[in-house]
Design a binder for this molecule. Structure first.
Ligand code: HEC
Length: 154
């Protein structure tokens, strides 16, 4: 057998074996009453741009069924939900919500939604208007960032 063929078979075998590694792709059940209550315009943006990783209503894309992509997608959803889960927002206490709002204010500037995600979901890209809408909802005034930078550290 040629070297090329052997390598090809090794890669094929590795690819098939990779598929056998189990990855959890679930949408846990949660009480609908715990979903975030926010004005429709705000919720619409969260639903469009954030819910796939920050809610229990993830729409798992086809490539999330195939390794190695599924490892990365599942990790983003798992970690994303740990940080912030809009399906459970109303169960967070006031302190946690305030902290998260400050983080959201910051995150919509550049970090979120994740760049890798936006490549596959163009509709998730936030417009400046979306950012303004979300930031207004947080109730944080831009001056506060200058006057109280500590609030924006985690
Ligand atoms: C593709 C999945 C994905 C999407 C979509 C996404 N996030 Fe995240 N988010 C993550 C992950 C993963 C983390 C954890 C930090 C990390 O690993 O980079 C995170 C962390 C956060 C954090 C806390 C930590 C930080 O970096 O500020 C906030 C706040 C946040 N996301 C808000 C949002 C908002 C708001 C949206 C929608 C506009 C959004 N995210 C969309 C995956 C996502």
């Amino acid at each position: 057998m040629s070297v090329g063929k052997t390598l090809g078979l090794i890669f094929l075998a590795a690819f098939i074996l990779m598929q056998l590694i189990p990855v959890e792709r679930n949408n846990p059940k949660s009480d609908p009453a715990l979903e975030i209550e926010a004005p429709t315009a705000v919720k619409e943006i969260f639903r469009r741009s954030c819910y796939d990783c920050h809610s229990n209503e993830t729409k798992w894309p086809w490539y999330s069924a195939i390794a190695p992509a599924k490892w990365f997608v599942a990790r983003d959803v798992r970690v994303g939900r740990q940080w912030l889960n809009f399906s459970e927002w109303e169960s967070y206490d006031e302190k946690k919500r305030e902290k998260l709002k400050a983080m959201i204010f910051k995150a919509v500037g550049l970090a979120m939604p994740l760049g890798t995600y936006v490549k596959m979901h163009k509709e998730a890209q936030l417009s400046q208007k979306d950012r303004d809408t979300i930031r207004q909802w947080t109730g944080i005034r831009p001056e506060e960032i200058m006057n109280n930078p500590k609030r924006f550290l985690y």
